[in-house]
Design a protein around this ligand. Structure first.
Ligand code: FE2
Length: 282
């Protein structure tokens, strides 16, 4: 499908591991080399993402989804729903979505972090059910970035923003655009995807640290590259420490080892029930 250049949405996650190799701080040249290291599908994916994620598109998707009127599901049910996201990968060797989520949560648990942090790791990608609700890959995954203001050169494949119609709107191309300096990210529209969607589903049930990690974990230009500081407020700067704390678990905990879902399920069912009602609005 021309609009679905990734063989699987997880190909984007793998491209992040290529971009940010474990235990290495990269040079500017390495950042540029990334463009040549990733598979062609990833490049095509970003081209679509940067072209189509306009200010109006983001506002329309928020209007469509943030009423949370699409589904009613518990957390475990949403995990099983996400698990139906299949692709042409090999089911015998590739891990399921639930297994990926559990690997992340188990790595956080292993390091002795609080229960809400473990739970956040388990659920942080559930917004990817957007794929199953009919959204294209470029509207579900990918690095997020603010719309309605100038694009940072630190957003990966920033050259593709030349194809975004917003590039021709002068009001959107100043550093602050439609926002005010220091206004705080809560007031800034980021490109639409799984982070923002899940944030709204769970915002009443988790501590602010967990909500920041969920809402901004794909905002690499900010939490990895230090861009867009002029839009942040003091709370954003403080809470981004948590987004950075979570990032290694997001990037590097998805190994080849298969977690024992049946054995772990009681622990996680109890953890889910500690924070969430039996049913949430999606
Ligand atoms: Fe994610």
């Amino acid at each position: 499908m021309p609009d679905e250049p990734l063989a699987h949405v997880d190909d984007w996650e793998q491209s992040l591991e290529v971009r940010y190799p474990r235990g290495q701080s990269k040079t500017k040249d390495e950042f540029r080399n990334y463009r040549t290291l990733v598979r062609p599908g990833v490049r095509d994916f970003y081209r679509l993402n940067h072209r189509h994620q306009t200010f109006d598109f983001v506002r329309a998707k928020k209007h469509e989804y943030l009423a949370l009127a699409k589904r009613r599901m518990g957390i475990w049910e949403a995990m099983e729903f996400l698990n139906t996201l299949v692709d042409d990968s090999d089911p015998d060797t590739d891990l399921s979505q639930i297994e990926h989520l559990m690997q992340t949560a188990e790595a956080i648990r292993h390091d002795g972090h609080p229960r809400w942090f473990i739970l956040m790791g388990l659920i942080h990608d559930l917004g990817k059910i957007l794929c199953l609700l009919g959204e294209a890959q470029w509207a579900v995954v990918g690095d997020t970035f603010p719309v309605g203001c100038a694009y940072s050169e630190k957003v990966v494949f920033a050259e593709f923003f030349e194809e975004n119609p917003d590039r021709q709107v002068p009001a959107f191309q100043t550093p602050c655009g439609v926002y005010e300096e220091g206004c705080g990210l809560d007031r800034v529209h980021l490109s639409w995807g799984h982070d923002e969607y899940l944030y709204h589903v769970v915002r009443d049930y988790l501590p602010p640290e967990a909500l920041y990690m969920i809402r901004y974990h794909s905002f690499y230009a900010a939490h990895k590259e230090g861009a867009y500081g002029h839009l942040m407020n003091a709370q954003d700067r403080e809470m981004f420490q948590w987004v950075r704390t979570f990032n290694p678990y997001d990037l590097y905990s998805k190994g080849a080892e298969r977690p024992d879902v049946a054995k772990l399920r009681p622990f996680y069912e109890e953890l889910i029930a500690e924070f969430f009602p039996a049913e949430l609005r999606w």
